[in-house]
Design a protein around this ligand. Structure first.
Ligand code: LLP
Length: 404
């Protein structure tokens, strides 16, 4: 089913995020079926696209949620994900976040340092509960991806090394307030290479064996997220091969495999629709100025990430290279560089692909721009799932304090 972008623009204006819910469900089903025959739980990485209706679309499929703030935990619950399928990760959880997570009785808190383990213990003691925890282990494996989204090397801030992890498991085992039920690793995002995942899974599975030998019974083997997707011509890891290396690594261990895909489920189900405002040339350099900007989709500016951009209605005429840029006052405000486009008059629609993950969730109000409208496309119909932000929305938290 192809999406009628022209109709969407007519109804909802631009810039506009459109999410293909059926595509996202199919991605979920494909990954889930790759783990058939093994105990598995897919916990959707909410950070990739945290719209309540998007989460709910996965919740109805039986998905769990991987969350990195108490806000994300509350979104997941609100969208219908059962508490026992929610994991709370992140290097800097605060006292109040830990307290709330324990009160909400989620599956487990993923602990990322010794100091944090002691804090979780203290909070659990106060609440007179036993906190289910997993420990995020940094296996020191190079995922061979963009340095900003590489997380499994000792030079990255995430997790703890193996020796520290062992010490923390022993502390947790001895504590009456902690129940160490899981182990976690995540080596990076947009992974297109299977070997580092296999290597990390084996390192962590070995650790699980040595923990089981000292009576620490790990029940959840959380292999993180990171499965790459196609932005241009990347050669991808097949979900079945991905599942196989993890299943092989845990053979003989009685564990439930967890994986935390974000991008794999949401990226290519999302489109950012934008309208051409003007064209201009500075010397020989051509610019196509559109109404979406880096505040709507930050990935090109932040990571130099490539997103395919196309005219919704093809136009005749010679094509030449143009930088597709937004109205924000930054030279780094671009959505595409050297995009081949025919001469444009203004008013044409452009679609930016692969915008379903880390698109809207990384949007900001920079330059006092309201965030875009989000719509779902499902069963041939559009449905608003977040209205466009108004100027009133933007100043709401400030206006009371305006003096003079
Ligand atoms: N689990 C953990 C512990 C993570 O840190 C992440 C992503 C995921 C799962 C989901 O990863 P995914 O399956 O989506 O690759 N803003 C960047 C991506 C940052 C990813 C951070 N962690 C981007 O736009 O590429």
């Amino acid at each position: 089913m192809s999406i009628n972008f022209k109709l969407a623009e007519k109804e909802f204006k631009t810039p506009l995020y459109i999410y293909d819910f059926e595509y996202m469900r199919n991605q979920y089903r494909e990954l889930k079926s790759a783990f058939e025959g093994s105990k598995s739980l897919i916990t959707y990485a909410v950070k990739s696209n945290s719209n309540l209706s998007v989460i709910s679309n996965f919740a109805k499929e039986g998905s769990g949620a991987d969350c990195v703030s108490i806000g994300e935990v509350k979104r997941a619950l609100m969208a219908g994900i059962e508490p026992y399928k929610i994991i709370f990760s992140g290097v800097g959880k605060s006292y109040s976040e830990i307290k709330e997570a324990l009160e909400l009785k989620i599956l487990m808190i993923n602990v990322e340092s010794e100091a944090e383990l002691f804090l979780v213990e203290e909070v659990a003691k106060e609440l007179e509960v036993e906190a289910r925890v997993s420990i995020r282990v940094n296996p020191n494996v190079d995922p061979k991806t963009h340095p900003y989204i590489s997380t499994g090397l000792h030079e990255n801030k995430f997790g703890v090394d193996i020796d520290m992890a062992k010490r923390m498991y022993i502390i947790a085992k001895k504590s009456n307030s902690l129940d160490p039920i899981g182990i976690h690793f995540h080596i990076g995002s947009q992974l297109t290479n299977l070997e580092p995942i296999a290597e990390a899974a084996e390192i962590i599975a070995d650790l699980v064996k040595s923990l089981k030998a000292i009576d620490i019974d790990i029940k959840f083997f959380d292999a993180g997220g990171g499965l790459g997707v196609r932005y241009s011509d990347e050669i991808l890891i097949e979900p079945s091969n991905y599942a196989k290396v993890i299943i092989d690594a845990v053979k003989g261990l009685d564990v439930t495999i967890i994986c935390e895909p974000g991008r794999y489920l949401s990226a290519n189900g999302g489109y950012l629709l934008t309208k051409v405002l003007y064209e201009k040339k500075n010397g020989n350099k051509r610019f196509t100025i559109v109404d979406a900007a880096m505040n709507d989709l930050l990935r090109p500016s932040l990571y130099n990430a490539y997103h395919r951009i196309e005219l919704v209605e093809p136009k005749s005429g010679d094509e030449s290279e143009s930088d597709v840029v937004g109205p924000i006052c930054e030279s780094g405000d671009f959505l595409g560089k050297d995009v081949m486009l025919p001469k444009l008059d203004g008013g044409e629609l452009l679609v930016i692909y692969s915008a379903g993950a880390y698109g809207f969730t990384m949007a900001s109000n920079y330059n006092t721009r309201g965030r875009a409208c989000e719509v779902a496309y499902d069963n041939g119909e559009f449905r608003v799932i977040r209205r466009r932000e108004s100027f009133e929305d933007l100043i709401e938290a400030e206006r009371l304090y305006l003096q003079g």
